[in-house]
Design a protein around this ligand. Structure first.
Ligand SMILES: [Zn+2]
Length: 512
């Protein structure tokens, strides 16, 4: 029996596991079997490997071939195992040296014409290989850009199986040609406009600053044309730039979706995702048919902003399913036989018209809605979801007087205050293991050393007694007042901070 081996990577969500790919060749009835939980696409690998090997000039011999992908408990999805399987078999046949292939990670689909074709999820796969101490990866040419973003690993690309075999015949992996990183910008940022573009809207500007500083979810209620989308987009410009590790995580989601271009740069701008209200559950939460489980908008928005415009128009079950990621920062997509976890720590911005016709603002004279429609419209967002939205404000249409006013502060100026406020929170909550006021449990704010003195809470208690606030609303006001306090550089929220917080969260007038 002859043996050949190499390594590859299997992905579950964004988590990669290094897989040993071993080929055993024995005499006996010709066969070509793959063991170790291959899915349908992976199990069809023999057809593509056979065809590609013929074109490469080294046909697979008619022996009894067994390929084992271990550990066998981890599902192997898709066609990216074609290339490692071909290498392991050719090593077992003595065409290339198993000593050379053994510690090189291979990823790639083989075309019937012998070309090495792009696959999904190369970035998280190469990250996993590098973490496991693998020094060399061979990836499809179109995926080389994302692989190059990973530190501590050398990236090699070949267009065909033939050219890879030729190179293995002559060289140790140490001497393989490297992919030329020229043309790949190391770091990029996207344009999302500037807060200075927003005319008037003082309350909304303040709400954005508070939302950015404390990580609070936000609801904007206002008529069409009031600039809700423009405001939401600018939240991204106030948030801190992503760290290298965070940016790699954000890009890994795009890698799994096959959306990273070959000249990809590491984008340090927090993502902004704005799915349409007609989007399916799978598009928002994740899932999808066929072989692959795809991350949804909640994961694309990880480390950034998820914006739901016309939020009451989203399907009810979609809105309710946001609760899991809002609570845990990740989303579990369950399928018949398995479940996959994707990251989903996003900041939620909801926008809604005041009523179905959109005209129910101010005195509401132009509103054509029935009283019953008015009552149920914003209630579609659901109490449990709105319980997590600390900031609920009204956005009025811009008046002519505003158009001639002074331009507002720029995003860069506001971002300085946001950074300072965030630094203060990180210090204060370090023992709790949370970084932002919005993540602090209500009981921590009500009892113990962070509880505010009774005389400062008078207005909050009054609102609670009169039923204007629920206990959850009470906690949200406390969280907001801590952020207001951090933004002005204070140490403890004052009665005035609490007054402002009460005013801000009551504005949206969504129940509880
Ligand atoms: Zn109306």
């Amino acid at each position: 029996m002859r043996l050949g081996s190499t390594v590859s990577v299997a992905l579950s969500g964004l988590v990669g596991t290094v897989i040993n790919v071993e080929a055993h060749i024995a005499s006996g009835l010709p066969a070509f079997a793959i063991s170790g939980l291959p899915d349908a696409a992976c199990a069809q690998s023999p057809n593509r490997v056979r065809a590609a090997a013929i074109v490469a000039g080294h046909p697979i011999r008619n022996d009894r071939i067994t390929v084992n992908l271990s550990p066998s408990s981890i599902p192997k999805r898709g066609s990216s195992f074609d290339l490692p399987i071909a290498c392991a078999i050719l090593a077992a046949q003595g065409v290339i040296s198993s000593r050379r292939t053994a510690r090189v990670a291979h990823l790639g689909e083989l075309g019937l014409d012998g070309t090495i074709r792009p696959v999904l999820g190369v970035l998280p796969s190469v990250l996993a290989a590098a973490r496991d101490g693998i020094g060399h990866v061979v990836v499809p040419r179109a995926n080389a850009g994302e692989a190059l973003l990973v530190d501590g690993v050398r990236v090699h690309s070949f267009d065909t199986l033939h050219s890879l075999i030729e190179t293995y015949a002559r060289l140790d992996p140490e001497d393989f040609p490297d992919v030329d990183p020229a043309g790949v910008e190391p770091v990029a940022t996207r344009e999302h406009g500037d807060l200075a573009d927003v005319v008037g809207q003082d309350t909304a500007r303040m709400a954005l600053e508070i939302a950015a500083a404390g990580g609070h979810h936000l609801l904007l209620v206002g008529p069409p044309g009031a600039g809700k989308t423009m405001l939401a987009e600018r939240l991204v410009t106030l948030l801190p730039r992503l760290s290298r590790e965070e940016a790699l995580g954000v890009m890994s989601v795009r890698s799994v979706l096959g959306e990273v271009s070959s000249d990809a740069a590491l984008d340090v701008t927090p993502p902004f995702e704005a799915p349409h209200h007609s989007a399916s559950m799978a598009a928002i939460i994740g899932g999808g048919g066929g072989a692959s489980i795809r991350p949804g908008a909640v994961s694309r928005a990880d480390r950034g902003v998820l914006f739901l415009d016309e939020a009451p128009e989203f399907k009810k079950d979609v809105l309710q399913s946001l609760r899991q990621p809002l609570e845990s920062g990740q989303v579990v997509v369950a399928r018949a036989r398995e479940s996959v976890t994707f990251p989903a720590r996003f900041q939620l911005v909801l926008a809604a018209n005041p009523c179905p016709c959109g005209m129910g603002f101010g005195k509401g004279l132009d509103c054509r809605c029935q009283p019953r429609e008015l009552r149920t419209y914003l209630a579609r967002l659901g109490g449990p979801l709105m319980d997590r939205v600390d900031l609920q404000i009204q956005v009025a249409p811009v008046s002519l007087a505003h158009l001639n006013g002074e331009p507002g502060e720029s995003s860069a100026d506001v971002a300085v205050r946001v950074d300072q406020a965030r630094a203060q929170q990180q210090q204060r909550w370090a023992d709790l293991g949370v970084g932002l006021n919005s993540w602090v449990p209500g009981r921590v704010l009500r009892r113990g050393r962070f509880a505010l003195p009774r005389n400062q809470l008078v207005d909050l208690h009054k609102a609670l007694d009169r039923g204007w606030l629920t206990l959850r609303g009470f906690d949200r006001c406390l969280r907001l007042s801590w952020t207001l306090c951090d933004l002005r550089g204070g140490t403890v929220p004052t009665r005035e901070d609490i007054g402002v917080a009460l005013g801000l969260r009551g504005q949206g007038q969504v129940a509880a």
